[in-house]
Design a protein around this ligand. Structure first.
Ligand SMILES: NC(=O)C1=CN([C@@H]2O[C@H](COP(=O)(O)OP(=O)(O)OC[C@H]3O[C@@H](n4cnc5c(N)ncnc54)[C@H](OP(=O)(O)O)[C@@H]3O)[C@@H](O)[C@H]2O)C=CC1
Ligand SMILES: CC(C)(CO)C(=O)C(=O)O
Length: 340
C-alpha cells in the first residue's frame, strides 16, 4: 500500500523512474498486457521502453516468436521490443504487477480475469482500453482492484507470429477511473505519454466511452459488411446515409441513458469525408475479425445499442438491421472456413 500511496504523488522522470520532489520510485512500473494482438502488441512494444513489460497471450506461435525474436511493430515507425511472453498466467505466479492492461477481445475478458486471480493480491490497477460495453464491469465485479477504463483511437492488425502493424498512429488515448480516482490514472498517463502514446485523463471516462461506442457501433459493422474495404465506407452515398442514420439512432439511445459525448462520435468520419484526413487501409477491427474467422464484438457494440434501444423504447431500425446482418456474416464466414 505504501507504494500505491507514493505513486499517486509521483510523475515520470527522464531516468524512467517516477519522481516528484524527494520521492523516487525504486523500480520501473511493472505492467502486464493481457492479449498481445494488434492493440496489445502496440501498447506492449511502446511501454517496454519505459516499463518492465510482460505479455500474456493464448496464441502459442505468437508467444514463441516473441520469446525468440522479440515483438516487432511495423508500419512506418518500426520498433522492436524484448519482453517476457507467456501463454498462461500460471507461469507468472509470484510476480507482482502494478498495472494489468486488458486488450483481449471483449468476449475473452471474463476468462482472462479468472485466470489472473492469483496475481491480484497486491491490487494492481486493472485497465481496459477495449472497445464495447461490459469489460470494466467484469473487472469490477471480478476483483477488489481499482479499475480504469479508456478508449484508444489508434489502430493496428496482427500480421503473424511476433509481428503487428501499427496502422493508425498518434491519436489521443482517453483514460479515467470507474473505480478509483483520477489521481489513480495520472501516473499511468505519464507512463503512456513517456512511451509515445499520447494520453489524456478524465475524471469520468464515460463521456469518451459513449463517443467511441457510437463510432464503433456504426463504423465497425459497416466496415465488416463492406469486406474490409475502407474506401467503400466513404465512396457510396447509400452507405454514408446509412452511417448517418445509425449514428442518429445511437445518439438517441445514449441521450436516453443520460450519456454525453467527450467528442463528436463521427469526427473522424466527417474529417475523412471532407478530405481533411486520408482514407486509411483500416476499416475497423471487426472487418479483421471476420477475415480471420474470429468472433466479433458486435454484441458489445451495435447489439448493446439495439438492446438498450428496445429497453428504453428508442427506435433503432437501422442499427437492428446492421446488427442482424453482421450476425449472419459471422455465421457465413464460419461456414466458409469449415469447407474443405
Ligand atoms: N485492432 C484495432 O485497430 C483496435 C482494436 N481495439 C480493441 O482492442 C481490443 C483488442 O483488439 P485487437 O488487438 O484487435 O485483438 P487481436 O485479436 O488482434 O488480439 C487479441 C489477442 O488476445 C489473445 N487472447 C484471446 N484470449 C486470450 C486470453 N484469455 N488471455 C490472453 N490472450 C488472449 C488472442 O489470441 P487468439 O488470436 O489465439 O485468440 C489475440 O492474440 C478489442 O476490444 C478491440 O475492439 C480498439 C481500437 C483499435
Ligand atoms: C477507432 C478504430 C477504428 C481504430 O482506431 C477502432 O476502434 C477499431 O478498429 O475497432
Amino acid at each position: 500500500m505504501r507504494w500505491i500511496a507514493a505513486r499517486r504523488r509521483c510523475s515520470m522522470s527522464g531516468s524512467g523512474r517516477f519522481s516528484a520532489g524527494a520521492c523516487i520510485m525504486s523500480h520501473r512500473p511493472r505492467i502486464l498486457v493481457v492479449g498481445c494482438g494488434a492493440m496489445g502488441g502496440i501498447f506492449a512494444a511502446h511501454l517496454a521502453h519505459v516499463a518492465e513489460v510482460a505479455v500474456l497471450d493464448t496464441d502459442a506461435a505468437h508467444v514463441a516468436a516473441m520469446r525468440r525474436d522479440g515483438l516487432r511493430i511495423e508500419g512506418g515507425e518500426d520498433r522492436a521490443a524484448a519482453l517476457r511472453a507467456e501463454t498462461g498466467a500460471a507461469a507468472l505466479h509470484g510476480h507482482v504487477f502494478d498495472v494489468i492492461l486488458f486488450l483481449v477481445k471483449s468476449g475473452h475478458t471474463a476468462s482472462a480475469l479468472a485466470e489472473l486471480r492469483p496475481l491480484l493480491g497486491n491490487e494492481p490497477l486493472l485497465v481496459t482500453l477495449q472497445n464495447g460495453m461490459g469489460n470494466s464491469e467484469i473487472l469490477e465485479t471480478g476483483s477488489h482492484c481499482k479499475v480504469l477504463r479508456g478508449v484508444v483511437l489508434d489502430a493496428g492488425r496482427y500480421l503473424g507470429p511476433g509481428r503487428v502493424e501499427h496502422l493508425i498512429r498518434g491519436n489521443t488515448t482517453w483514460l479515467g477511473p470507474t473505480r478509483g480516482t483520477v489521481g489513480d490514472c495520472a501516473w499511468l498517463a505519464d507512463v503512456l505519454n513517456a512511451a509515445g502514446l499520447p494520453t489524456r485523463t478524465l475524471a469520468d471516462p464515460m463521456d469518451a466511452v459513449w463517443s467511441k461506442l457510437v463510432f464503433n457501433s456504426v463504423m465497425n459493422p459497416i466496415g465488416a459488411l463492406l469486406l474490409g474495404v475502407n474506401a467503400a465506407r466513404y465512396g457510396s452515398p447509400e452507405i454514408c446515409a446509412l452511417i448517418d442514420d445509425m449514428a442518429a439512432e445511437c445518439t438517441q439511445v445514449v441521450r436516453a441513458l443520460g450519456g454525453r459525448y467527450a467528442f463528436d462520435p463521427l469526427t473522424l468520419v466527417k474529417e475523412t469525408r471532407a478530405g481533411l484526413r486520408p482514407v486509411t487501409r483500416h476499416a475497423g477491427s471487426m472487418a479483421l475479425d471476420i477475415a480471420n474467422g474470429a468472433a466479433t464484438e458486435i454484441d458489445e457494440l451495435t447489439g448493446y445499442i439495439v438492446r438498450e434501444g428496445d429497453r428504453l423504447k428508442v427506435p433503432v431500425p437501422a442499427c437492428r438491421t446492421v446488427y442482424r446482418l453482421v450476425k449472419g456474416l459471422e455465421a457465413a464466414r464460419a461456414w466458409q472456413l469449415r469447407q474443405p
